[in-house]
Structure formats: structure tokens, C-alpha cells
Unconditional design. Structure first.
Length: 256
């Protein structure tokens, strides 16, 4: 077992956390490591997909988990909405960072709330598009990420004019060109896009508190039987302080 290499105190806690038979990779070195396909879209600083590297908070956290489980990770890059389709087809095992909704629970198991909650902010360029209350959204074109969920009232409000795009950078550029008035985005993602593009974008005083987002596993994936292993490995990196260190690393870099 790869766990015997851990420090005695942590290993002892881990053995108490895991019931017999839960550990996924208990065999000898001759057992082929599990290969997990993770669907990812480019959404910095959570998922940063560049030709030279794939990184970001969510990917680094999952790599820590996979390393402790002896898993091989391969990434399948696609827009957010397409990842959902790939999960349904059985081509993607894991998705990093979706919010739990009733519709999505039919497709995936929300295994562990591994990622911190983040406020939903409303970005604007022109003063007349400053959002001070929910009612101010009516009559304005709102840029949204394709397939994303923000908060229940907003997601189900058919009276709002919503304009989708595959990336937040696209949405900010659409706002610059006057194609949308406001962009809704998770806080760090929105701030990252604004910083990267160098736009003089402002943040409205109205915001919505965030919810924790998940490591989610497709219900048709063989990885689902290792859900307890994922939770236990997450608990371990929390106990080691790695989870907190990674979260602070990205928050310190991109938060105002």
C-alpha cells in the first residue's frame, strides 16, 4: 500500500477514516493504475489550459488526490456544455467544479465539495449598467458562460436577456463591443479575465454569495465505485494543509 510511506500520525488518521475494502488501489505494483479522464474547460484561475501546461486551482487539487490514489489523469478539453454531453456518452469520468443542481444529479454524482465557495459578481463598463439590486438586471443584456449555473433565481428567470459564450474572456470582449451590458462571473474567474484583457471593467455592488463546488463523477463511470477513496484522499490533503495552501495561493494572486 502506498500509504505506508506517509508520516505515522497522518497514516493513522487515514486508516481510521477508511473502512476496510474502500482503498481503490490496494494491489501490488503489477496492478495497472486506474486512468481517469477529466473533462475541463479553460476557466482561469481554476482550470488553466495552455499548450505548455494544464494547471489551475482545481487541477492542482485533483492531481494531489489522484497522486495519493495512484491514479493516472488524462484531460479532455472541451467547452463546459460539451463536457456534460461527453459525461453522458461515457467519454469523461470526472468534472471539476460544477455546482450541484437537480438536473445534473441525474447525470453525475457530486462526490466531494472540494472547492471553496465564490461570490457571483456582475461586471460592467458603463455607469448606466451598474447593478445595485436584482431588479436592475431586467432590460439589460447579460453575458453568461454556456451551460453554467449561477444561482437558482437567475438560472430559472426567463424574463432576463442572457447571451452565452464559451469563455469569460469572450464575454468581457462582447461587453467591450457593446454586445452585452453586464457579465456575470465567479469572482476570481471574472477578475482573472479582466486582468488578462486589460479592460477598465468595474464590479457592481450587487452580488450573490457563492456555493461550494464539487468533484463530480459520471454515474455511468467505473470511477464512481471509488467515491469513498476520493473523499478520503481529499480529507488527507486537508489534514496535511495542502488544500488550504493551494486555495490561498490562487486567492492571493487574483483577489483584489
Amino acid at each position: 500500500m502506498r500509504w505506508i510511506a506517509f508520516k505515522g500520525g497522518v497514516a493513522g488518521i487515514l486508516m481510521l477514516l477508511w473502512a476496510p475494502g474502500v482503498l481503490s488501489q490496494q494491489g501490488t505494483e503489477t496492478v495497472e493504475p486506474l486512468t481517469v479522464t477529466v473533462g475541463v474547460d479553460h476557466s482561469p484561475p481554476y482550470r488553466i489550459l495552455e499548450p505548455s501546461q494544464k494547471t489551475g486551482l482545481y487541477l492542482e487539487l485533483f492531481e494531489e488526490i489522484a497522486d495519493r490514489l495512484g491514479w493516472r489523469v488524462q484531460y479532455r478539453e472541451a467547452p463546459f456544455r460539451r463536457i456534460l454531453l461527453l459525461m453522458r456518452r461515457g467519454e469523461v469520468d470526472v468534472m471539476l467544479g460544477p455546482l450541484e443542481t437537480a438536473e445534473r444529479t441525474e447525470l453525475m454524482e457530486f462526490v466531494a465539495p472540494a472547492f471553496p465557495p465564490e461570490r457571483r459578481l456582475f461586471f460592467y463598463l458603463n455607469a448606466e449598467n451598474r447593478i445595485e439590486r436584482y431588479a436592475d438586471l431586467y432590460g439589460r443584456a447579460i453575458g453568461i458562460l454556456e451551460g453554467a449555473s449561477y444561482f437558482s433565481r437567475f438560472d430559472t428567470d426567463d424574463k432576463l436577456l442572457k447571451e452565452p459564450a464559451p469563455r469569460y474572456e469572450n464575454l468581457m470582449l462582447m461587453m467591450q463591443k457593446g454586445r452585452v451590458d453586464v457579465v456575470i462571473a465567479p469572482e476570481l474567474v471574472g477578475l482573472y479575465a479582466v486582468e488578462k484583457l486589460g479592460l477598465d471593467v468595474k464590479v457592481s455592488p450587487f452580488f450573490v454569495p457563492g456555493e461550494r463546488s464539487y468533484i463530480a463523477v459520471a454515474k455511468n463511470s467505473p470511477v464512481l465505485k471509488y467515491a469513498d477513496d476520493i473523499r478520503a484522499a481529499l480529507k488527507l490533503i486537508e489534514l496535511e494543509g495542502i488544500h488550504e495552501d493551494l486555495v490561498l495561493k490562487y486567492m492571493d494572486r487574483f483577489a483584489e
